[in-house]
Ligand binder design. Structure first.
Ligand code: ZN
Length: 241
């Protein structure tokens, strides 16, 4: 399985544009040895030529510019992004779809709950209908394995995880299981497996068996402590959902 991390930062990226915390200012003025990071997204593939985009971050144009694998060769215009899977309806994971409008139609897999948010509070599916067919929705059901249009050796399973719905969602603070999923990805040709869980609030009995059997884990690591935002003075919310 081919895996490329396009971005690994939380919402806002690192350094965050409006932040002067010790980390963000330290990176800017060169006193902190760290690496700037764009917002979280990965691509996966079974052949290294066709790719499945997992979440579309606001930084996607910058990410594509640094990912030659995504430039489709031999065509005047095109993309090697063959399918898109969304793990939730967060701004950080969906806004990049707006920047991909020139390449519509795109094949987009997400749960009915995520699709409902993205056709109401943040109606990106509705808006992009006006761009050459827009986003073609394919409903995915948690815990039911599915495959997408490209990378036929890859089997995906969405696992419900404990987290919250976006601030704009009517389900904020009362999310349904379909509002946040992790992706368990198996290359059925060689049994290699990946668990991608960028929005994991905390592990529970549902996700634990999947965490234990995956060869590779890419897990939410936004904070070290639950009260970190409060302790550093940059926010009021705890890390846990
Ligand atoms: Zn900061």
């Amino acid at each position: 399985m081919f895996i490329k991390v396009l971005g690994s930062a939380a919402g806002g990226g690192f350094p965050q544009w409006n932040c002067n915390c010790a980390n963000c200012s330290g990176l800017r003025n060169g006193t902190l040895q760290a690496q700037a990071r764009t917002q979280s997204s990965i691509i996966v593939s079974d052949n290294g030529e066709d790719w499945v985009l997992c979440n579309a971050s606001p930084d996607i144009s910058q990410q594509i510019a640094h990912t030659p694998e995504l430039i489709k060769k031999g065509v005047l215009r095109g993309t090697a992004i063959g399918s898109i899977i969304l793990t939730d309806s967060q701004i950080d994971h969906t806004t990049g779809l707006l920047s991909l409008r020139e390449g519509c139609p795109h094949q987009v897999w997400c749960t009915p709950e995520v699709h409902a948010d993205l056709t109401s509070g943040f109606p990106i599916f509705t808006m992009l209908q006006h761009w050459n067919g827009g986003l073609q929705h394919h409903a995915l059901t948690p815990l039911e394995p599915f495959r997408v249009d490209v990378c036929g050796d890859l089997q995906f399973t969405a696992i419900p995880i404990l987290s919250n719905a976006p601030p704009y969602s009517p389900y904020r603070d009362r999310p349904l299981p379909g509002h946040n999923v992790a992706l368990f990805i198996e290359n059925t040709a060689n049994r290699q497996t990946l668990l991608y869980a960028p929005g994991l609030g905390e592990p529970d009995a549902v996700i634990m068996p999947w965490l234990q059997k995956a060869d590779c884990l890419l897990i939410d690591g936004t904070v070290w402590q639950d009260d970190e935002l409060l302790a550093t003075g940059v926010g009021k919310n705890p890390a846990k959902p």
